[in-house]
Design a protein. Structure first.
Ligand code: 13P
Length: 248
């Protein structure tokens, strides 16, 4: 199995000054980190992050990509544009995009396709809402979300990353227990195995209030291949401690 993959999602946080100091603090503490790592920054800061991360062990990521290739789509950013800034990873289908921007499973699947077509690894986010968990629908929801992406990207599905982010755990301080995370990750792994002989190439990340205190126990689960971290990725010491937990 490849090394763990730890991805920070800054969401809509940052400024030129704040980013510069956060990145410098993170980069100066990377000694001993041997997991894979990336930061998904807001689009206006891609150029700043590209130059500050150049030559480092931290890869550059984006938070979204248009489902269109190019054209009259005001406000959208295409996969080819992201590629121009050496973007390596791109989140697609984050629950905040699904919830506030009406992204459907079909749109998310096309976004993954756009990223793959220019050599960017899509990090496909799936996860159930609290009411869905309480109704016993967790497995059905995440399988439906992943199935759309598998259907649209069949032959290159082994090139994606999957992130399981239970919606009720995002930004709430509530975390899935390691056993809950492992249970869903195992379901996703089985679904990938049915779709490709190379399912072991796909990293399945956990996201949702992952922090310096709980990272180790989540990462110890056999099917938790890394983390997708929101709030705690904005604090250099916390993020570094999670990178170190993933490097053991
Ligand atoms: P938090 O770590 O802030 O809960 O956010 C998780 C997330 O949505 C990462 O994409």
């Amino acid at each position: 199995m490849a090394s763990k993959l730890m991805v920070g999602n800054w969401k809509m946080h940052g400024s030129l000054a704040a980013n510069a100091s956060l990145l410098s603090e993170i980069l100066s503490g990377m000694g001993g980190v041997n997991c894979r790592a990336a930061l998904c920054v807001p689009s206006p800061y891609l150029t700043q992050a590209q130059s500050l991360l150049a030559g480092s062990a931290l890869a550059l990521g984006a938070q979204d990509v248009s489902d269109h290739e190019s054209g009259a789509y005001t406000g959208e950013v295409s996969a080819a544009m992201l590629r121009d800034f050496a973007v390596r990873y791109c989140l697609v289908g984050h629950s905040e995009r699904r919830q506030y921007h009406g992204e459907t499973d079909a749109v998310v699947a096309i976004k993954a396709q756009r990223a793959l077509s220019v050599g960017i690894t899509p990090i496909v986010c799936v996860g159930e809402r609290l009411a869905e968990r309480e109704a016993g629908l967790t497995e059905a929801v995440v399988k439906r979300q992943l199935a759309a992406v598998i259907h649209a990207n069949g032959h290159c599905i082994s090139e994606i990353v999957v992130a399981y982010e239970p919606v009720w755990a995002i930004g709430t301080g509530l975390t899935a227990t390691p056993e809950q995370a492992q249970g869903v990750h195992a379901v996703l792994r089985t679904q990938l195995q049915a779709a490709t002989a190379q399912a072991e190439r796909v990293s399945i990340l956990y996201g949702g209030s992952m922090n310096a205190a709980n990272a180790s126990s989540l990462l110890a689960q056999p099917d938790v291949d890394g983390g997708l971290i929101g709030g705690a990725s904005l604090k250099a010491t916390d993020f570094l401690s999670m990178l170190k937990a993933a490097s053991r």
